[in-house]
Design a protein around this ligand. Sequence first.
Ligand code: IPM
Ligand code: MG
Length: 369
Amino acid sequence: MAKHLFLLPGDGIGPEAIGEVRKIIAHMNDAMSADFVTDEGLVGGCAYDAHGAAISDADMEKAMAADAVLFGAVGGPKWDSVPYEVRPEAGLLRLRKDMELFANLRPAICYPALAAASSLKPELVDGLDILIIRELTGGVYFGEPKEIIDLGNGQKRGIDTQIYDTYEIERIAGVAFELARTRKNAVCSMEKRNVMKSGVLWNQVVTEIHKAKYSDVKLDHMLADAGGMQLVRAPKQFDVIVTDNLFGDMLSDVAAMLTGSLGMLPSASLGAPDGKTGKRKALYEPVHGSAPDIAGKGIANPIAMIASFAMCLRYSFNMITEADNLEKAIANVLDQGIRTGDIMADGCRQVGTGDMGDAILKEFAGLSA
Ligand code: IPM
Ligand code: MG
C-alpha cells in the first residue's frame, strides 16, 4: 500500500536538509520497492510570502491526510517583523495543535565518533542514549489568556498561562512509561512542583498512573531546574525523561548539545492512535532551527533530518530494519571521519550537505542490499 509523505521543507536550511531525505526516499522506492508517495507544501516564512499565512488551509489539510509529515525548519531574519499571528513559528505550532501531536520524542544519542565534539568531557557523553518526551500541545505554549494588556498607567502586562489537565498528563506519561519498557525501563519526570500548581498536579498524576499501570517501570521525580543541572553533570543517569512543553523545549536543547552538535538531533511528534486503524498522526523534524546564517551554502548538516526520517520509518511505518540500517549508516559515516563543518574535527574530512547525504545513502544502500 502506498505510504503518503507530506514534505514541508520550510525556510533556511530546511530545504537543503529535506533534499537529502528525498534522495533516500527515491532510493527506497527504486531499489527497495518501498512505495512512498510524496507531496510538498509551504510552511513558515515562505508560506507567509506566498499566502500571507504561516501555513495555508490547503496545506494543513494535506498534512492532516498524510501518513506522516516531514518538516524542515522555519524562520529567519527576513520575517522578524511580520505580525505575531503569522510569524513563521505559528505554522509549526498550528501543525502540532491541529494534528494533536501531543507526544514529542527527542532522543539524544551521542555517536561514539562525536564524543570529543561535545562541550562535556567525552567520558560523560560517550554512549549517551536518552529519550526526552516533551508534552507538545499544552502548557504555556497554548494556555489562555495569552496577551499583552495596557494597564493604563504607562505600564503594560504580558501574560502567558500554564495549564495542564489530568488527561494531558496521563497520556504523555503513558507514552513515556511504554517507551521506557522498550529501553532501560526508567522514567524521570520533571516539573516545578515547588512553585507551580501545574507542577503539583503533574507530579500527582504521573505518580498515580505509574502506580495503577506501570509499577514495573522505575520512576523518579526531579525538579526541572535540578534536572537541567543533572543533565550537564551526569547525563548518562537518565533513560527516559518526561516533562512539559516549555521545560521540554529547554531541556531538549541542552541534551542536544551534549551530543556534539545541534545538527544531530531528530524528533518525532505523535498523536494518539486512531480508535479504528491504530494509526497515529505524526510529524518528524530536526530539533535544530533554520540556521539562516548558513542557508543556501550547501554546508548544513543533514544528519538530524535524515535521523528524523529514520524515526518516521520506525514509528509511522514499522519499518524497523530500515530504520536501524539508516541509523547505522549515519554512525558508519561518522566512523569513517566524514564530517560537515559543525562537527568537524582534526584528521576528519569536511564535506558539504550533499556529500554527507550521499555518503549516508551509500552506506544505507549497502546495509540494505
Ligand atoms: C522547538 C522549537 C520551537 C518550540 C519553536 C520554533 C516554536 O524551539 O521545536 O524546540 O519552541 O517548540
Ligand atoms: Mg526548541
